[in-house]
Design a protein around this ligand. Structure first.
Ligand code: FIX
Ligand code: ZN
Length: 436
């Protein structure tokens, strides 16, 4: 399906009469494109941080170029070994990536083209010599106004962070009052507790929680006390964990024990959904560090068992393997406490996003969350959401044209209602996030 260019989101003052007007089939693509461009989205999973977190928040051209997606591509187009690369400074790494992926080769991969799109959004050159001008531009930006500008260009009303209460860089911020930026929402990320327990249980013990290495005795109750304490500090929209492709539930692991005896009961008590992101094959090549993770097909019966065993928990689920997507959509038909979301990580490419989104629409209508950016660097939301709108437009248009051909009236009002649900409403309903 041909990509269509999507204008950056602007408010369109459509009159109510016009939006109730029945559309002819040939008018549908333009209306869909307009509605997508003018509807702001809630970006429900990112690794962005509000200004309160200081240097933990990444932005600017050197961070864009040293994104781990680009580092993985760099090692395929350069003779530099990872060991030599890690000895370089951040600007030197960015220079090396710029040379290999943008100057010596065409930046036609999803992630390299994204950097070109960001430079273009700010009127900066993407030619070989462009890096110096880009550095001068970002160096004079003030972060607060830059954030407002970036989110406005991207058509993003707010972003949801990933916050680890055991991360030494984040913890001081939360312990001294946390953050209150209206466009950033917190999430309680529990990897170090749910699968990193052997390495991290002592941190909880040192903080006064009576837990032990086997998560026995009072440990479950004490983990719940820890979660309640962090809920007060962070006011998270949901709790989250990323799980390997080998994840099973139930089994006799500490992960299953803490999940069922502490985390899911706390989610019910606090009224929070639980996000499960399943399918990572961690560190298949440790030399690449953050870029060293890969993907594996998961056993989706774990999701089935969790949704059935815990009907009063709401689950947000994203799976990393393309081969698991159809199963996830079918399970969502079986369990209305399961909300599929996003085309995660190695799936966030137009060819795969198209396939996943079409099968979700065919099986679930508009009862799913089509995308999240997973952005690690602020300006990435510009290209990630431009690409999402560009890929979604023909898919949605085709859905309405089929509906029209089968006898229904299509109006802009109905398209707007549906896009509101996909971009915002499903998440607001799942988390109780007030509209805005
Ligand atoms: O677990 C996660 O949240 C993953 O998204 C990250 O670990 C991963 O590195 C990423 O940023 C993928 O887009
Ligand atoms: Zn992520």
């Amino acid at each position: 399906m041909a990509a269509t260019s999507v204008k950056s989101p602007t408010r369109k003052n459509g009159s109510s009469v016009a939006s109730a007007r029945r559309l002819k089939p040939e008018q549908i693509p333009g209306e869909v494109q307009d509605v997508l461009a003018s509807t702001q989205v809630i970006d429900i999973h990112t690794h962005l941080f509000s200004p309160a977190f200081g240097k933990v928040g990444l932005w600017g051209i050197d961070e864009l170029l040293t994104y781990h997606y680009l580092e993985a591509e760099f090692f395929r187009s350069s003779d530099t070994t990872p060991e030599e690369y890690w000895k370089l400074s951040k600007p030197e790494r960015a220079d090396a990536i710029w040379k290999a992926l943008f100057a010596e080769n065409s930046p036609i991969s999803e992630s390299t083209r994204g950097v070109v799109a960001v430079l273009n959004a700010f009127g900066l050159p993407a030619e070989a010599s462009g890096l110096q001008e880009a550095r001068r531009f970002f160096a004079v930006q003030s972060l607060e106004s830059h954030i407002r500008k970036v989110l406005q260009i991207a058509g993003v009303s707010s972003v949801v962070m990933t916050n680890d209460p055991l991360d030494p860089d984040e913890r001081p911020v939360w312990m001294s009052g946390g953050q209150s930026h209206p466009q950033f929402h917190a999430v309680l990320r529990l990897d170090r507790i749910l699968w990193g327990w052997p390495q991290h249980w002592q941190q909880l013990a040192n903080q006064g929680y009576a837990v032990d290495e086997d998560a026995s005795g009072k440990s479950a109750a004490e983990v719940r006390r820890f979660l309640a304490d962090w809920h007060k500090r962070m006011r998270p929209l949901y709790m989250a964990v990323s799980l390997a492709d080998t994840f099973q539930y139930p089994d006799d692991s500490i992960t299953s024990k803490i999940l069922s005896e502490a985390v899911l009961p706390s989610c019910r008590e606090l009224g929070l959904p639980m996000s499960l992101m399943i399918g990572v094959r961690r560190q298949v090549n440790p030399r690449l560090r953050l870029a060293g993770d890969a993907v594996g097909k998961a056993d989706m019966r774990a999701v089935e068992n969790l949704c059935r065993t815990f009907p009063d928990n709401r689950f947000l689920v994203s799976v990393l393997s393309r081969e698991n997507q159809h199963e996830l959509a079918v399970y969502a038909r079986k369990f209305n406490n399961l909300m599929p979301f996003g085309c995660w990580w190695f799936l966030n490419n137009p060819s795969i996003v198209e396939e996943i989104t079409r099968e979700r629409i065919e099986l679930l209508g508009t009862s799913f969350i089509p995308q999240h950016s997973d952005a690690r660097v602020l300006e990435q939301v510009i290209y990630k959401w431009q690409n999402t709108r560009r890929t979604l437009a023909p898919i949605l248009a085709n859905s309405y044209q089929l509906l029209h051909a089968d006898g229904a009236e299509i109006t802009r009002q109905k398209i707007q209602r549906d896009v509101n649900r996909l971009f915002r409403g499903n998440f607001e309903k799942w988390t109780g996030l007030r509209a805005g």
